[in-house]
Design a protein around this ligand. Structure first.
Ligand code: NAD
Length: 493
């Protein structure tokens, strides 16, 4: 993980109470109810946000609809939209320190990683989508009809974007940037615990020139305002990232309403280490794969599969190295692993580690909370000798926990890797190029990394198979998913 040293001056921000952003205006919720926002590194309340009602959500959808229908954004040329999206990226870079401070105090992200990961990726997504906005379009079709036939790629209308707690900035931009590039309007419902950067981005989008009503941010509970967004007949597409359980529900509602959906759901990726791997390099990727974002990473690599001749060696190296990973205050520039985003996530990790203990697994590192400043810390934990059927291996723990299992053959490694309900990411470490291609082709996952982990870029699509969802974010595929194809056939008679 690249830790930058230009974050020394970033300190905990003072943040006043935040309101809803609807039709270009900041407003209180209709009920006046507010939700406290907690700093996960201290457990202290830092501010509060308005908790939207269904009526507020309806107002946001109506604002987005009006903005779409009158063409203030949807009728701009791709080049005009691109100019504004590029300005968003510039402002994200200019206001990086402020964004980092907000994202870190809300999610517990180490400031030193928040710049290269969350902030720069966000800027790059807007830049990439600005380029797509200028180049995307329909195509001519050769046909024996005596006609000129072509397709148009048109925006869908109003996009309902629902995002999870763990990468608030990146995962809201991965929806809003392509949706805007294609000419849509957006109603965004961020996660209830981590909505602050979405509200800051509303300011930035406005400053960049995105017209009022085109992007609306409605904070509040998933069970009320999220559900109302899912159910709203005025929404033309749902872009959902979150757990498989809620995604299953969201997809069924969208199915009832016959609305297109993108489903970015849970993951539980396997990371395979073959005996021909460069072990020293592999260890770095393994540790990054499970501690990155304190393990709250849908594309993390929490299931390590090691070819038997290397099994005990890898466990010994991990046992020595993992306790040395710097865990602590996210505002300390040397911190690599911050707290978990909420205490409920730590309690979930504790439950899984308890199950592992009851199954007589070997705890190689960690295995307990870290008591620090009242924050929600858990030590990076490595667990060996579980069976593949253990819940600790099969289920998504979503914390800084690595399970390690041995294997004897390539086929066994592939079977173990594919042996869960999930299929978001997978990876392998090998010095054999033929094996890299062969195994990558057989892994059931939306993205496969070879000899590193978490190599992500706005140009490279990601998304799930199996219970990790469907649809792709990033790449031209993302833009396409925010458009509909219309065919025009003009008689030449
Ligand atoms: P979650 O499913 O609890 O919540 C996700 C969003 O859905 C939140 O905004 C929440 O308020 C909303 N929501 C909850 N109930 C709803 C309802 N009835 N109707 C509409 N919206 C509702 O997920 P989470 O705990 O915030 O995030 C963690 C999960 O997200 C993990 O499973 C993780 O793997 C997954 N995730 C997936 C990806 C990906 O790209 N595939 C990326 C990040 C996180």
């Amino acid at each position: 993980m690249t830790v930058t040293d230009d974050t020394v001056s970033i300190t905990r921000p003072q943040i006043g109470p935040r309101q809803l952003f609807i039709d270009g205006q900041w407003r209180e919720s209709g009920s006046g109810t507010r939700t406290d926002i907690v700093d996960p590194s201290t457990g202290q309340v830092v501010t509060s946000v308005a908790e939207a009602t269904e009526e507020d959500l309806d107002a946001a959808v109506q604002a987005a609809r009006a903005a779409f229908d009158d063409g203030r954004w949807s009728a701009l040329s791709g080049r005009e939209r691109a100019r504004i999206l590029n300005r968003v990226a510039e402002l994200v870079r200019e206001r990086a320190d402020e964004i980092i401070a907000v994202e870190s105090v809300n999610v517990g992200k180490p400031v030193s990683l928040c710049r290269p990961v969350d902030v720069l990726t966000t800027a790059e997504q807007y830049e990439y989508c600005a380029a797509l906005a200028q180049t995307a379009g329909g195509s001519n079709r050769e046909t024996p009809l005596n006609a000129h036939a072509y397709t148009r790629r048109e925006p869908l209308g109003v996009v309902g974007a629902i995002t999870p707690f763990n990468f608030p900035l990146i995962l809201s931009s991965s929806k809003i940037a392509p949706a805007l590039a294609a000419g849509n309007s957006v109603v965004h419902k961020p996660a209830e615990d981590t909505p602050l950067s979405a509200l800051l981005m509303a300011e930035i989008l406005t400053e960049a020139g995105v017209p009022a009503g085109v992007v609306n941010v409605v904070t509040g509970k998933g069970s009320t305002v999220g559900e109302a967004l899912l159910q709203h007949q005025g929404v033309d597409k749902i872009a959902f990232t979150g757990s498989t359980a809620i995604g299953r529900h969201a997809a069924s509602v969208a199915g009832q309403n016959l609305k297109p959906v993108t489903m970015e759901l849970g993951g539980n990726a396997a990371h395979i280490v073959f005996a021909d791997a460069d072990v020293e390099k592999a260890i770095g990727a393994i540790i990054k794969g499970f501690v990155f974002n304190t393990g709250q990473f849908c594309m993390g690599g929490p299931r390590l599969l090691v070819e038997r001749p290397l099994y005990e060696t890898v466990l010994t190296i991990l046992g020595d190295a993992v306790p040395g990973v710097p865990v602590g205050d996210p505002f300390d520039p040397s911190t690599v692993v911050g707290p978990m985003a909420a205490d409920k996530h730590v309690r979930k990790v504790e439950e899984y580690v308890q199950i592992a203990r009851e199954e007589n697994a070997r705890i190689i590192a960690g295995g307990e909370r870290l008591d620090l400043s009242g924050g929600f810390y858990y030590k990076p934990t490595v667990i060996a000798d579980l069976t593949n059927s253990s819940r600790v291996v099969q289920e998504e723990i979503f914390g800084p926990v690595l399970t390690v299992q041995p294997f004897d053959t390539e086929d066994e490694a592939i079977a173990l890797a594919n042996g869960t309900e999930y299929g978001l990411a997978a990876g392998l470490q090998t010095g054999n190029v033929a094996r890299a291609h062969r195994v990558a082709a057989k892994l059931q996952a939306g993205i496969v990394w070879v000899n590193d982990w978490a190599m992500l870029d706005p140009a490279v699509p990601f998304g799930g198979v199996k219970n990790s969802g469907f649809g792709r974010e990033y790449g031209p595929e993302a833009l396409e998913s925010y458009t509909k194809v219309k065919s025009v056939v003009i008689s030449l008679e």
